[in-house]
Design a protein around this ligand. Structure first.
Ligand code: NAP
Length: 470
């Protein structure tokens, strides 16, 4: 049991380690520093910022500007960064609990949901999450290969990730090259033969998970038009009533935007994004068992109201075949279990109640907490994680007041730094990241790009060892 004074001095401040340097980790770090904790942030990669670096679409630089907020946090007293330290490989959960009053998991959700239909793993059928990681220069995806010599792609799912990947597939090279898209992806995307992308929703337009700006933005693409069939916008009675009586403003506006697209008709453009609704893939088609993708067999759905009031896609007996050479499955992320951290397999999340990690019985694990997507699931925008982190940090502060944090036995902060350096000799400190950052930005500047990303771990580590002006 800890017995901490109310106004901790820097030397006797409680210590927290946050595992994951994405948005939720950084918001929590800032709030914990404000609450008087010393904070070490670990990340599996040598680079910070999680999905802001490796997820947000490169043609959305304004969204990425949020990293300035995180940089301010990193400059605060009491903050340290250890990039390239992997929980479960380099350090264990038990070893973190030996060293910190608070272990806070901010790991995000790095796996993709599966469709579980035949042909899902054919060449040419990919998880959108992998495609996103590839064009964003995630080191684990640098060697992925995408055959874009095909004319038509199908993107399965109606969320913002689906829109991102559809847009990236039809961007004009002039829209792509001024971004921080990884060079290997610019090379492949600039030569792409894909002219048509079909975005496939299993439910109707009223249930699409897009946000309004993302849906609207499709109209502004340089060489691509957006097409919606007006008949797809004749809503069934359940959806019409739901939209009228219950739906939030986002869903109502989405339907308006889609109606506007349908009314205007296709613009004269070399490329197209076509939105189709009420269709679920039942098979990814191709030659034999392992031949590349040639199409998608879909079943036409209708919307029915479930007993709990939810509007569900229910298959009819009508089927269609869509010819396509590329399929990107964009049906949501899920968390991966890490080390022996309690995990709820069904939900794909770290088991928790309100941010306190807990056993199956519901009993809280002393000193262990969780924030972000691995706490609540992959939903919301970046800013959602600020409030989410505040909720968990409030529980931590409550537990501190109740003397109910973890009791570490190894308390020397220098020893902790040496421990990481010994376990992960390639680990990178904040100064190391700043050297990488300066190098990437200066490589981008002559080309009018925000940065040119280093995509190989060895290159990132080497650059982190150089001073920022070398
Ligand atoms: P999402 O918003 O949850 O969308 C997932 C989509 O997959 C839904 O349309 C869902 O349909 C569909 N789906 C799920 N299982 C399916 C199945 N078996 N067959 C067919 N379709 C299926 O997830 P996301 O696109 O991965 O985005 C994750 C979060 O990041 C979201 O909160 C998103 O807004 C956010 N994000 C934001 C931005 C941005 O602000 N620019 C960019 C990217 C991501 P149902 O609704 O029928 O389940």
């Amino acid at each position: 049991m800890t017995d901490l004074p109310d106004s901790a001095t820097p030397t006797d401040a409680p210590r927290a380690v946050i595992v994951g340097a994405g948005p939720s980790g950084f918001y929590a770090a800032d709030q914990l520093l404000t609450a008087g904790f010393e904070v070490d942030v670990l990340d599996a990669l040598p680079t910070p910022f999680g999905l802001v670096r490796a997820g947000v679409a490169p043609d959305h630089p304004k969204i990425k500007a949020v990293t300035r907020v995180y940089e301010k946090t990193a400059r605060k007293d009491g903050f340290r960064f250890f990039g390239g330290v992997v929980l479960g490989r380099d350090v264990t959960r038990a070893e973190l609990l030996e060293r910190y009053h608070v272990v806070l998991y901010a790991l995000g959700t790095s796996d993709d949901n599966r469709l579980n239909v035949p042909g899902e793993d054919r060449p040419g059928s990919h998880a959108a999450t992998h495609f996103v990681a590839w064009y964003n220069g995630h080191p684990d995806a640098a060697d992925h290969e995408y055959d874009l010599s095909v004319k038509r792609a199908v993107v399965i799912g109606n969320g913002n990730v689906a829109i991102d990947v559809a847009r990236m597939l039809v961007l004009h090279p002039d829209e792509l090259t001024p971004t921080d898209t990884a060079d290997h992806a610019i090379d492949v995307l600039s030569q792409s033969a894909v002219e048509e992308v079909i975005l496939l929703g299993r439910r109707g337009p009223a249930q699409a998970a897009f946000t309004n700006p993302e849906l609207r933005e499709l109209a502004d693409l340089q060489r691509a038009g957006v097409e919606v069939d007006a008949t797809d916008l004749d809503l069934d009675e359940h959806s019409a009533r739901w939209l009228e009586e219950e739906a939030d403003i986002t869903s109502r506006k989405n339907v308006e935007i889609l109606r506007d697209y349908a009314e205007k008709g296709p613009k004269d453009a070399s490329h197209r994004v076509i939105l189709r609704f009420l269709r679920s893939p039942v098979e990814i088609l191709g030659e034999g068992e392992h031949g590349p993708v040639t199409g998608v067999r879909v079943v036409v759905n209708e919307i029915q109201k479930g007993e709990d009031g939810s509007l569900r896609a229910v298959p009819t007996d009508r089927e269609e075949t869509i010819e396509a050479g590329l399929v990107l499955r964009s049906i949501g992320y899920r968390g991966k279990p890490v080390d022996d951290v309690p995990f709820d397999d069904r939900r794909g999340l770290i088991r928790n109640t309100g941010g306190r990690v807990c056993a199956e019985s519901g009993d809280a694990h002393r000193g262990e907490y969780v924030v972000g997507w691995i706490k609540r699931g992959p939903s919301g925008v970046i800013g959602t994680n600020k409030k989410d982190a505040a909720d968990t940090v409030a529980r931590i502060v409550e537990d501190r007041s109740a003397n109910a944090l973890n009791t570490p036995t190894l308390t020397d902060t220098e020893e902790i730094a040496a421990f990481y350096a010994q376990r992960a000799p390639d680990s990178v400190t904040w100064a190391g990241w700043e050297a990488i950052d300066a190098h990437e930005k200066s490589s981008g500047e002559p080309h009018g790009r925000p940065r040119v990303k280093l995509v190989r771990l060895a290159d990132l580590v080497e650059r982190s060892r150089a001073t920022s002006n070398s």
